[in-house]
Design a binder for this molecule. Structure first.
Ligand code: IPT
Length: 974
């Protein structure tokens, strides 16, 4: 007899099952009830009482199911020699055990609540630890900041309880169980539990003890918990400080002259500086008893909803926000502190003023950073049941009484943990969890527990139990209707409105941020929003040749996955900014500098701050080269104010010249040094002089194999340019195609589908004829898709002098075109050696019709390689716009210059659009032996249809007659 084959995914045979008899004690796994055994939730604080971090290397065993996990792991004498080591905090899938899986909406298991797969990967963790010598003989708690998804905990053989609520803390009383030496902590973690039904966020499924584990001494007579309520009355500039805590607990804030203020007794403080995201003034103090002292940082602020507006300290605020998931490309939802700091600093440097903690409370340390640096926070509960939308919301836990306790438990644990953070200005019940009584009950509890903060939940479309109207991905038109008060039921028309998600930043995009800003400025009740989302969740991997790339859904052979929908951040996985972040920073800059009619206008768009902390300076550039600079005296402007100033006295300039005015930090801040530019504006000073006379006069010279015109050599049979002053080239030919972006492909956008249906990716070029018209060569073509009747006449008119070759391309659509065009321009190849670009036009970064605010007029240089934006999922990128001229040169400085009449856009890459479109990862892009150069009149805008509205009408590129004029000049080594 042969041995049975092991079942895939099972490292050991499951124990025999006896009919009708429960063999396991893991029934808690499928219990919708929340944690048990843990103590009442309380504020996350660190006092002067001893604490012992238990992070580090633990012992670990992964079993394929709860049943297959070994018995007795909690016992001292259990032998874990055969186990592995694993870092805590961490996810086991990122430590070589099992693999990550990504789904957006769908649960990766059958929807049969509260049941979960019996193939339920179960990770057993063991740690032995000693107490430090000075550890007091006192009560203590063991604190877990996050276990995904369900953990059963034992200390020294005694079961402490079970915790669910992956991104929420749990504390267990352990005092009497502790030993000075040889404590044994054992934790059994299940990947799936009933709680998984409440944790269906759009992200990787990753399990384990992924946040800190800490042992905290709890001194007798110490501070059990406390709430600091620090309100601010903007009419009197007075703060009110009130401590809620057990009697005997006091608060002292020496800076304010508050000494030993007892709990329950409010104190008025005159002339406090309130806390805001723009000026995050914190007062240091202590909450104390005779036996414990807790350092606290107090920010005075009052959040209200009044007259249909969300106000802080009496001021209307506008969220220029991002949705932030916790993510690191190596460690998943374990975000080391320096990366959280990097996030916050990057945000602040890019004019982000708010964070929605999508869709769960972050590591508590992140909120400390938000307090310190100044970010408005919507703290969102760890709750999402989105997968039920696939079932028409049938069986949604949000309306099922079996889950009532779990909903309350989650909200309580978040609110109690984070209540003392001034940065948290709104609570959010969760995300995409439909509607139902459990949400209503959680809302009611929250309102009662914390009347100082309004409540958010986008799913409550009628705002039956929330305080702000919130939507995701509403189009500009809908936001405008909301702003005008003509959308939706009466109740929501009276409330402030925010876009809890907008500007879906998947791949190249979003387009249309500027037009959202305009709506936030036009309508007082439209109070901004949160771009989706901060960071691409790409996991760092290497291919067979050791080349690094970022993985997304499907890269781990998941049977069910949602591909690259998890790659939708405005920073790449390694936190390098995507062009969208620069666009965000420019669109939402807190000061606006514009020029018109020989004057400058400066407007302060901060919600609170005056402009006094900024220095203004100007630079005059002639054709992108600096000719003069100076400082600009701008009187301090209060928030909302504006001033007009004369232009500085400028020297005369001969070529096209622009004045750039910058507003920079006058002094160092926590997040940037003095000199950091927060805003800028440009105004033209000298218009481009008349173009030099077009290249003409060189007569065509025809031999059998070549037709020469000035520096150009053409194939007489095809009319194609083959060389330019000794440089082998191919093209230029009409090109209408681009490698579709995620937004072109978006489900709500028919663009890519209609483009492919129209055959724009496989156009055929028919030579109609070549003729010599005087000194000009005219190549007439018709470009059209196979199988279809419409097409485009494209006539190339070539003229030249001895140095320059000029192309006037005239296009004329024929027949009925069914769709917009991805791009309109020409494509050519040039030698691979021409790897350096210099241009006068907009830069330095990529820009598209509806995402071009960050690109300024200047002279820029880049290598061709650095022109590429390495979107995790390859797609059209790297477009530079409004070029007056471009030079592509090799290392010796020789190459090619292209002048526009008046301007053009370009991309240059070492592969074609077709290669780009076919690539699934950046490592699929192999440099070819030429550079592919696209010179365009225009491209279609980007929009944000990967999840949201498509390209706004004014940015759509329609087939129309058009002329593109370019002059090519070969350049010798200087
Ligand atoms: C919305 C989700 O809230 C968010 O988590 C993310 O999935 C986003 O979409 C898309 O990336 S829900 C969607 C139905 C609008």
């Amino acid at each position: 007899m042969t041995a049975p084959l092991p079942l895939p995914g099972r490292s050991r045979p499951a124990p025999p099952r006896a009919e009708g008899k429960l063999l396991t004690s893991s029934s808690y796994v499928e219990d919708p009830a929340p944690s048990h055994g843990s103590s009442a939730p309380r504020s996350a604080f660190r006092s002067d009482a001893p604490a012992l971090g238990l992070g580090g290397s633990w012992r670990f065993l992964l079993s394929p199911s709860a049943e297959a996990a070994p018995d007795g792991i909690e016992r001292d004498d259990y032998d874990d020699k055969g186990w592995d080591d694993i870092p805590v905090p961490g996810h086991w899938q990122l430590a070589g055990h099992g693999s990550p899986a990504y789904t957006n909406v769908r649960y990766p298991f059958p929807v049969n609540p509260p049941h979960v797969p019996s193939d339920n990967p179960t990770g057993d963790y063991r740690l032995s630890f000693d107490l430090p010598d000075e550890w007091p003989d006192e009560p203590a708690v063991l604190r877990f900041d996050g276990i995904d998804s369900c953990g059963r905990v034992w200390l020294n053989g005694t079961e402490l309880g079970v915790t669910k609520g992956s991104r929420l803390p749990a504390e267990f009383d352990v005092g009497p169980l502790l030993r000075p030496r040889g404590n044994l902590l054992a934790v059994r973690v299940h990947q799936w539990s009933a709680a998984s039904y409440l944790e269906d966020q759009d992200m990787w499924w990753l399990s384990g003890i992924f946040r800190d584990v800490t042992l905290l001494a709890r001194p007798a007579g110490g501070v059990r918990d406390f709430t600091v309520d620090a309100g601010y009355d903007h009419l009197t500039a007075r703060g009110t400080l009130r401590l809620d805590a057990d009697s005997g607990v006091r608060i002292s804030v020496p800076e304010l002259g508050v000494v030993g203020l007892p709990a329950g007794q409010p104190a008025e403080v005159a002339d406090v500086t309130p806390w805001s995201a723009e000026e995050p003034r914190l007062y240091e103090g202590e909450v104390h008893t005779g036996t414990e002292r807790v350092p606290v940082r107090i920010g005075f602020r009052t959040v209200t909803v009044e007259d249909g507006q969300l106000r802080v300290n009496g001021r209307r605020i506008v969220f220029r926000g991002v949705n932030r998931h916790e993510f690191h490309p190596d460690s998943g939802r374990v975000v080391p502190r320096e990366f959280a700091v990097a996030d916050v600093e990057l945000m602040k440097r890019h004019n982000v003023n708010a964070v929605r903690t999508s869709h769960y409370p972050p590591d508590p340390a992140f909120l400390d950073l938000c307090d310190t640096y100044g970010l408005w926070v919507i703290d969102e509960c760890d709750l999402e049941t989105h997968g039920f939308s696939e079932l028409d919301w049938q069986g949604n836990p949000s309306d099922d009484p079996r889950w009532a306790d779990a909903y309350l438990d989650r909200m309580r644990r978040m609110v109690e943990r984070d209540k003392n953070h001034p940065s948290v200005v709104l609570w959010s019940l969760g995300n995409e969890a439909g509607t139902g009584r459990n949400l209503a009950a959680a809302a009611e509890w929250t309102h009662r527990r914390d009347p100082t903060r309004p409540l958010h939940y986008e799913g409550d479309a009628d705002c039956a139990y929330t305080d702000v109207h919130s939507r995701m991905y509403a189009s500009h038109e809908v936001v405008d209707r909301i702003g005008r008060g003509v959308e939706g039921p009466e109740r929501i028309r009276e409330l402030p409105f925010i876009l809890c998600e907008f500007g879906h930043a998947m791949g190249n995009g979003p387009g249309g941020l500027l037009e959202y800003r305009e709506l936030f400025e036009r309508h007082p009740r439209c109070q901004g929003g949160f771009v989706w989302e901060w960071i691409d969740h790409g996991l760092a991997r290497q291919d067979a040749e050791g080349r690094a790339y970022f993985a997304y859904g499907g890269d781990f052979d998941e049977p069910l996955h949602d591909g690259n929908f998890v790659i939708d951040g405005i920073v790449h996985p390694d936190r390098t900014p995507s062009p969208a972040l620069a666009e965000f920073a420019k669109v939402f800059e807190p000061v606006r500098i514009t020029g018109a009619d020989g004057a400058l206008r400066v407007t302060n768009h901060y919600d609170i701050l005056s402009s006094a902390h900024l220095d203004f300076s100007w630079v005059l550039e002639q054709e992108g080269t600096e000719v003069a600079r100076g400082t600009l005296t701008v009187p301090p402007l209060a928030a909302g104010d504006s001033t007009d100033l004369p232009l500085p006295v400028l020297p005369a300039t001969g070529a096209e010249s622009w004045l750039t005015v910058r507003a920079a930090l006058a002094a160092d801040t926590a997040w940037a040094k003095a000199g950091h530019v927060v805003a800028w504006g440009q105004t033209p000073v000298t218009a481009a002089p008349a173009l030099p006379a077009p290249a003409a006069g060189a007569a065509p010279d025809m031999t059998e194999s070549a037709l020469r015109l000035g520096p150009g050599v053409f194939d007489p049979l095809t009319g194609q340019l083959t060389a330019l002053g000794g440089l082998p080239v191919e093209g230029p030919r009409l090109d209408l195609w681009r490698a579709p972006t995620d937004n072109d492909r978006g489900s709500e956008n028919p663009d890519e589908r209609s483009w492919r249906a129209a055959g724009l990716h496989r156009l055929q070029h028919r030579l109609v004829g070549t003729e010599l018209l005087g000194d000009a060569l005219v190549v007439r073509t018709r470009v059209a898709p196979p199988g279809l009747g419409f097409g485009m006449r494209a006539d190339y008119h070539w003229s030249a002098d001895q140095q320059r070759l000029r192309l006037r391309l005239e296009v004329e659509p024929e027949g009925t075109w069914p769709c917009t065009l991805p791009r309109l321009g020409v494509r050519m190849t040039v030698p691979a050696a021409l790897g350096r670009a210099e241009w006068f036009g907009r830069g330095p970064g990529e820009a598209y019709a509806d995402s071009r605010q960050a690109a300024r007029i200047g002279r820029f240089t880049s290598t061709v390689d650095a022109l590429q934006t390495p979107y995790v999922f390859p797609q059209e990128n790297g477009n530079r716009i409004d070029l007056r001229w471009l030079r592509l040169t090799s290392a010796d400085g020789a190459g090619l210059r292209v002048d526009g009449e008046p301007a053009f856009a370009f991309t240059a890459r070492r592969w074609t659009s077709e290669h780009l479109a076919a690539a699934a990862h950046t490592t699929d892009l192999e440099p070819g032996d030429t550079i592919v150069l696209n010179l365009d009149l225009a491209q279609n805008g980007l929009g944000s249809a990967s999840c949201g509205p498509g390209v706004l009408p004014q940015y759509r590129l329609h087939p129309d007659s058009a002329t593109l004029t370019l002059t090519f000049t070969p350049e010798a080594t200087p």
